[in-house]
Design a protein. Structure first.
Length: 70
């Protein structure tokens, strides 16, 4: 599996967009990362969750948060 990470500032600089759009890009990439991380978290089994100090109920709370909520 290959994971590509695009830093929002480098994307903004590459396309020559201003500070306002840079902030939007930063928010967008943050939201997208949260969605991706929550999906991955939802697929961990109870043993792996225990290894990182989380319970299944912790995961359920996290994965049901809106994408904009940290």
């Amino acid at each position: 599996m290959s994971i590509q990470v695009h830093h929002p500032i480098s994307v903004a600089a590459r396309f020559g967009i201003g500070a306002g759009l840079e902030a939007v890009a930063t928010a967008f990439y943050g939201w997208r990362d949260r969605v991706r991380q929550r999906k991955m978290l939802a697929h961990l089994d109870d043993r792996l969750l225990s290894d990182i100090g989380l319970s299944r109920s912790d995961v359920e709370k996290e994965i049901h948060k809106p994408f904009w909520q940290a």
